[in-house]
Write a protein that binds this ligand. Structure first.
Ligand SMILES: Nc1nc2c(c(=O)[nH]1)N[C@H]1C(S)=C(S)[C@@H](COP(=O)(O)O)O[C@H]1N2
Ligand SMILES: [Mo]
Length: 426
C-alpha cells in the first residue's frame, strides 16, 4: 500500500500548514510574490464587468456578435455573454439541449487566450522527483492507445454565480461577474491519469502531481504567475481523473483544451487543466498561485491565512429561463432547469413561483449521479400581471439543502444560496 492521505480535506489542511511554515515548495513563482498576492486576496476587490446589472440583456438589434479576445469558436449573443476573456453560457440557451452540453454552447474560461496546438506535434512530458526513473514522454497516439474510459462530468468554475454575492447579498467580491452559466456537462473520453502515472513510474513517495497548461503565462497585478497549473493530491490523481481527448464523441475543440485536458470530476473548474503539456510528479508538497492565493476562501468567516484549498464544487440550481422573461397570465407553463452538486448527488429539487412563500417538488428528468447535473421541470400557471420571482432549491442525498444566503468570501467562490430569478407576468 502506498501511503496516501486519508481524505481530501485532511490532505488540504496538511498542505496548507506546510505552505505557511515554508515546508512546501513553491513551483515556478517566488515565495515573496505569493505572500504579496495573499495579502491582496484577503481583501475584496472590484467585480469585473458588473457594470450596470449582472442581468444586462443584449440590446435589441445589437449590431454584431460580441467577441472575447482569444476565444476561437463563435459566441452568438443568444447563447453566450462575454465577460473579458471568458464566455458564459446563457441558461435559457440550454432549454432544448439534452443532458450533455454541445461544445458550441459550453462556457469558456480562459486566463489568457486559446492556443492552437497540433496534436501530431504535441507531447505530454511526465517528470519529477516523485518518479522512480527519468522523465517519460507520451505522444497523442500513445495516449490514445492506452485503455480508453468515458465519463459524463460537469466542468464548473469555482466562481460560478459569484455576481449574486453582490446583487443578492450586497457584498463585495472580486473576479469575473458570472451569473449561473459558468458550467457545462459533457461526455469526456480519454486515458486514465493513473495509467499514465503508473506507466511513467510513479514512486511510493509521490505526494503531488502538477499538470501545467501550454497556454501563455498569466500576469496578475504585475506579478508573473507563470503558466496555469494547480497541484493535485496523488490520492485524487490516481482515483477518477482523466486525460481527455474527446468531448461528446469528437476531438476536443481548441477552446476546451485541444488536444488533451484534465477532467477532475466534481472538483473546481481550475483543476481541469486544458492544453496540458507536462505533469510534474513530486515527492515534496507543491504550491502554485492556484492553490494558495487563488481558489481558497478568505473573509470574515475564515482564518486569516484562508481556508484549505478548494476541492469539490457546491450545490446549485438554475432555471432555463432568460432573466426578466415575460409569461402570459393564466396560461400553463412548463418551467425547466437543472441542479447539480460536487458532493453527494441531488436528491430532490423544489420550486417556488411566489418568491419563496410556497414550495413544490419539481419532477426530476434524469437519474441523479455524482459529478453530473439533473434536469427537472415544474408546471406553473402565472397569476395576475406584474413582477414574479422564481426560486429553485436542491437538496442532496446527505440532506444538505441550498441555503437562503451564502457565506461571503472575498473572491466570491462556491456561491450555493438559492438564486432569485426575476420574471414578469403580462
Ligand atoms: N491551461 C488552462 N487550463 C484551464 C484554464 C486556463 O485558463 N488555462 N482555466 C481553468 C478554469 S478557471 C476553468 S473554470 C476551466 C474551464 O473550462 P472550459 O473553458 O473548457 O469551460 O478550465 C480550467 N483549465
Ligand atoms: Mo474557473
Amino acid at each position: 500500500m502506498r501511503s496516501v492521505p486519508p481524505s481530501e480535506a485532511a490532505y488540504d489542511e496538511l498542505r496548507l500548514r506546510q505552505w505557511s511554515r515554508g515546508a512546501a515548495r513553491s513551483a515556478g513563482i517566488d515565495r515573496r510574490d505569493l505572500l504579496r498576492l495573499l495579502a491582496a486576496a484577503s481583501a475584496a476587490g472590484p467585480l469585473a464587468g458588473l457594470a450596470a446589472s449582472a442581468y444586462a440583456a443584449p440590446a435589441a438589434g445589437a449590431p454584431s456578435a460580441p467577441s472575447a479576445p482569444g476565444i476561437v469558436k463563435p459566441l452568438p449573443p443568444e447563447v453566450f455573454t462575454v465577460r473579458g476573456t471568458n464566455a458564459e453560457t446563457n441558461f435559457a440557451a440550454l432549454r432544448r439541449t439534452g443532458l450533455l452540453t454541445p461544445a458550441d454552447r459550453f462556457f469558456v474560461r480562459n486566463h489568457t487566450v486559446t492556443p492552437r496546438i497540433d496534436a501530431a506535434a504535441w507531447r505530454l512530458n511526465v517528470w519529477g522527483g516523485g518518479l522512480t526513473g527519468p522523465a517519460v514522454e507520451f505522444t497523442y497516439d500513445e495516449l490514445r492507445a492506452l485503455p480508453a474510459v468515458a465519463r459524463t462530468a460537469f466542468v464548473e468554475c469555482a466562481g460560478n454565480a459569484r455576481s449574486f454575492y453582490a446583487t443578492q447579498q450586497n457584498q463585495q467580491v472580486s473576479g469575473t461577474a458570472w451569473t449561473l452559466g459558468a458550467i457545462g456537462t459533457a461526455r469526456w473520453r480519454g486515458a486514465r491519469l493513473s495509467d499514465v502515472l503508473r506507466r511513467a513510474g510513479i514512486g511510493r513517495d509521490a505526494v503531488d502531481v502538477l499538470p501545467r497548461g501550454l497556454d501563455d503565462e498569466v500576469v496578475s497585478d504585475g506579478i508573473r504567475l507563470g503558466r496555469v497549473r494547480r497541484p493535485l493530491p496523488v490520492a485524487k490523481a490516481l482515483d477518477d481523473v482523466l486525460l481527455a481527448y474527446e468531448m461528446n464523441g469528437r476531438p476536443l475543440p481548441p477552446d476546451h483544451g485541444h488536444p488533451v485536458r484534465l477532467i477532475v470530476p466534481s472538483w473546481v473548474g481550475i483543476a481541469n487543466i486544458k492544453w496540458v503539456g507536462d505533469i510534474e510528479v513530486s515527492a515534496e508538497p507543491l504550491v502554485s498561485p492556484w492553490n494558495t492565493v487563488l481558489y481558497r476562501l478568505f473573509g470574515a468567516g475564515y482564518p486569516p491565512e484562508g481556508s484549505a484549498p478548494l476541492t469539490r464544487q457546491t450545490l446549485k440550481s438554475a432555471f432555463e429561463v432568460a432573466p426578466g422573461a415575460s409569461f402570459p397570465a393564466g396560461r400553463r407553463q412548463v418551467l425547466t432547469g437543472r441542479s447539480w452538486s460536487g458532493g453527494a448527488p441531488v436528491r430532490t429539487v423544489e420550486v417556488s413561483t411566489d418568491g419563496g412563500v410556497r414550495w413544490r417538488r419539481a419532477r426530476l428528468r434524469d437519474r441523479p449521479r455524482s459529478g453530473s447535473w439533473v434536469r427537472w421541470s415544474a408546471d406553473w400557471v402565472p397569476g395576475a400581471p406584474g413582477p414574479a420571482v422564481l426560486l429553485a432549491r436542491a437538496t442532496d442525498r446527505t440532506g444538505r439543502t441550498q441555503p437562503e444566503a451564502a457565506v461571503h468570501n472575498t473572491q466570491g467562490y462556491l456561491f450555493d444560496a438559492v438564486v432569485r430569478h426575476e420574471v414578469r407576468v403580462v
